[in-house]
Design a protein around this ligand. Structure first.
Ligand code: NZQ
Ligand code: ZN
Length: 382
């Protein structure tokens, strides 16, 4: 096992109606909040009203920044940071999925000091202070509610990248599975793919960490068991809660302790390239890229893929494992080929060029020009 540090300061409130305890929790943080949310789902499903009531009831003044898009952009982080400075926000309340919470986490380290959020993302400058983030999660997928990462894109530089630091852990996260009842079927399925992809990224990092392997395998089994039930019963509390907690555990450190890094992350970087180019939802890029990457790496990490297959699917070799993963993603109606996302041969060159320009690679399984060519073909099912 590799040496490791366990540090996770996020306090998670999980369960039915946990939002009702919010005012007591946030009151000591100050009396001015910056409320950040997305394109409007929180208004139509009533979550916005519930959060605003909590803040109003304890006399907290609210400044708002809304309109965060899926695959969030750096311009919104810049504007939200300005709003936070102008309103002298004491803390941020982020209500939404990964895109909203990631934006809020980045903004939280760019308010007390006048830092450009993209300079922070590119590690050109290291923030020393923050204001607390309170996350109210509305979509089970990314694990951002209990980790220090944010993933944003910049259309000028043509990059979608991740960044993390300890100051960016949410201080409090409110996870009410009922808040995910209104998530549409496709986004629910993408969330399940995403949480599985996070456990796989950890699983394919180097390091002998058998307990972390078993956590990872259990999280994948949990997701596979619950997915069809949830998609058939989107307002079932029990199913929503199981997926929500699985998604949190898939990227809160539990699957990585004892490994050399938190994960390989090569597949995520390929997925980010596809979102950068075509604005595809994050989970949809992963259901295409993961099977393709596994096919690319099949010879190199045959034993590892086979072990996963044996423990999760009860199959005997790498080919069968990859086929099970692909079949599972397809059973959720998630794309497993770029053709299903509407792309054709004419798109291959630009995908290859952006992979190459941004030097996309994993931490452990290095990708080079030849791999880019092959993986583009594999993502088209060739
Ligand atoms: O904008 P609104 O109207 O809120 O609609 C959102 C959005 O259209 C909608 N939605 C969210 N909650 C809902 C809902 N619709 C109905 N009812 C609800 N309760 O869902 C759509 C997608 O939202 P988004 O926040 O983009 O989804 P997700 O949570 O999957 O986040 C994806 C983003 O997180 C990044 C991804 O790259 C992507 O940009 N990731 C962040 C990670 C992290 N911070 O650790 C790790 C991940 O690997 C990932 O990279
Ligand atoms: Zn992800």
């Amino acid at each position: 096992m590799e040496n490791f540090i366990v540090y996770n300061p996020t306090c998670v409130f999980f369960g039915k109606n946990v939002i009702q305890g919010m005012q007591k929790t946030v009151s000591p943080l100050g009396n001015k909040a910056l409320l950040i949310y997305g394109k409007g789902s929180v208004k139509s499903n009533g979550i916005y009203d519930a959060v605003v009531k909590q803040l109003n009831d304890c006399g907290i003044t609210i400044a708002e920044y809304s309109g965060i898009k899926a695959n969030p952009i750096i311009d919104d982080a810049r504007k939200a940071a300005e709003k936070g400075k102008e309103s002298q926000a004491d803390f941020i309340v982020a209500v939404g999925g990964g895109s909203v919470i990631d934006t809020a986490k980045l903004v939280s380290v760019c308010i007390k000091e006048p830092l450009d959020p993209w300079d922070v993302m590119k590690s050109k400058i290291k923030p020393r202070t923050n204001i607390p983030v309170i996350a109210v999660l509305t979509l089970a997928a990314t694990g951002t509610e209990m980790n220090p990462y944010a993933v944003l894109q910049n259309h000028e530089t043509k990059e979608k990248i991740g960044f993390g630091m300890n100051l960016m852990y949410p201080k409090y996260s409110f996870l009410d599975p009922q808040y995910t009842y209104s998530v549409p079927k496709d986004q629910t399925a993408y969330g399940i793919v995403d949480l599985i992809a996070h456990t796989l990224e950890a699983y394919f990092a180097y390091g002998d960490a058998s307990l972390s392997d078993r956590f990872a395998e259990s999280i994948i089994k949990e997701a596979i068991e619950i997915a069809p039930l949830l998609l058939a019963n989107p307002e079932n509390y029990h199913y929503r809660s199981r997926v929500m907690w699985a998604a949190t555990c898939a990227l809160n450190g539990s699957t990585s302790y004892g490994r050399a890094t938190s994960g390989d992350w090569g597949v995520h970087d390929i997925g980010h390239t596809l979102s950068m180019l075509y604005d595809f939802p994050h989970g949809a890029t992963l259901s295409v890229a993961y099977p393709a990457w596994l096919k690319l790496q099949k010879e190199k990490i045959k034993d590892r893929i086979s072990l996963l297959g044996k423990n999760v699917f009860g199959v005997n070799n790498a080919n069968e494992t990859i086929s099970e993963i692909e079949k599972f993603f397809a059973s959720l109606n998630c794309p497993v080929s770029l053709k299903e996302l509407g792309l054709n041969d004419s798109h291959k060159t630009e995908i290859f060029e952006l992979l190459s320009k941004n030097k996309i690679t994993g931490y452990h399984h290095k990708l080079e020009e030849e791999d880019y060519k092959r993986i583009v073909e594999l993502m088209f099912g060739v």
